[in-house]
Design a protein around this ligand. Structure first.
Ligand code: ZN
Length: 304
């Protein structure tokens, strides 16, 4: 096994185990944490000291090509050596199967800064396609029609993913399902935390379509791009440097259903408490200000 770059922690913990990359005493030593989902899929989480968003990306390997969903919140390899990590993971994976290295597609669950900043590390990488982040480019690349909930197949070689257009949080949002492993990659649309909804009508249709997609393809695990809830019913305000007692990353399909029902029931702007997600609908400057102030207090008092 090739060595991963300095600051990259590879563990073999289950997905619901605590993450060193957000620990009060451990986050400082970690830039990126790699955790296997199965023998051909990896979760890649940036440490909360690299980005207080601590976003989670995914590398999904196939015999012909691999898909990297999200590049995180760090431009430079010094801050977070994502590219080198992906190179090592892909090479080791292919080598172990006697295959040449697959080509790489770099795409995004959606286009917000904390999911795309690392693209720059891949610009000069050979055999690599970076999908531009605007909605037309995303839909053109995957062959998605503009319709909310439209699906398409994406063949990696020996493994075919289903990609669905799921706007609501962001017009560019997509959801990806791996039917062979029963895993759904839901980006910022479903995770233990806050769902910021930009387009409520689109979010309702998208969540309903995601539940249907999960049911059709035997999904049992929903993996999003952040963790903002703790295990005591609270949440971490924005810009906290570590997360005490984080909620487990994976959501069940039952939780996805609850989220769908919460979103469908919602009629107006503002904050709507829910579990697994609290909804922030439309432009909500006051609640956002509250989150920022809470975050500042947490940092000052050493709580986060
Ligand atoms: Zn995000």
């Amino acid at each position: 096994m090739t060595m991963l770059p300095e600051g990259v922690l590879r563990d073999a913990e289950p997905l619901d185990a605590p993450w060193d990359g957000v620990g009060e005493d451990t986050a400082r030593q970690v830039k990126l944490q790699v955790r296997p989902i199965d023998d051909a899929t990896f979760a890649l989480r940036q440490s909360s000291r690299v980005s207080t968003e601590a976003p989670i990306g995914y590398l999904i390997c196939g015999t012909r090509r691999a898909l990297l969903l999200d590049t995180g919140d760090a431009k430079s390899a010094v801050e977070c050596p994502l590219r080198e990590t992906v190179d090592v993971l892909l090479h080791d994976w292919a080598d172990g199967r006697g295959l040449p290295d697959p080509t790489l597609v770099v795409a995004h669950t959606h286009g917000h800064y904390d999911h795309v900043k690392g693209d720059s590390q891949f610009v000069d990488r050979p055999d690599t396609t970076i999908v531009a982040k605007d909605v037309d480019a995303v839909h053109r690349f995957f062959g998605l029609s503009g319709t909310v909930g439209a699906t398409t197949e994406f063949d990696l070689g020996g493994r075919t993913l289903i990609v669905m257009a799921t706007p609501g949080h962001d017009a560019r949002s997509i959801t990806t399902v791996d039917p062979t492993s029963g895993v759904m990659f839901s980006g910022d649309t479903a995770y233990p935390g806050r769902l910021y909804i930009d387009d409520l009508a689109a979010a309702k249709t998208s969540l309903a379509a995601m539940v249907e997609l999960a049911d059709t393809h035997g999904v049992h695990t929903v993996l999003g791009a952040h963790i903002e809830n703790d295990t005591h019913g609270g949440d971490y305000p924005v810009r906290t440097r570590f997360h005490r007692d984080e909620a487990p990353l994976p959501l069940t399909v039952a939780q996805l259903r609850t989220l769908r029902d919460d979103v469908i029931r919602t009629t107006g702007k503002g904050v709507h408490r829910g579990d697994p997600m609290t909804l922030y609908v439309g432009n909500a400057p006051l609640p956002m200000l509250k989150l920022l102030i809470r975050g500042a207090v947490w940092r000052l008092t050493g709580r986060g």
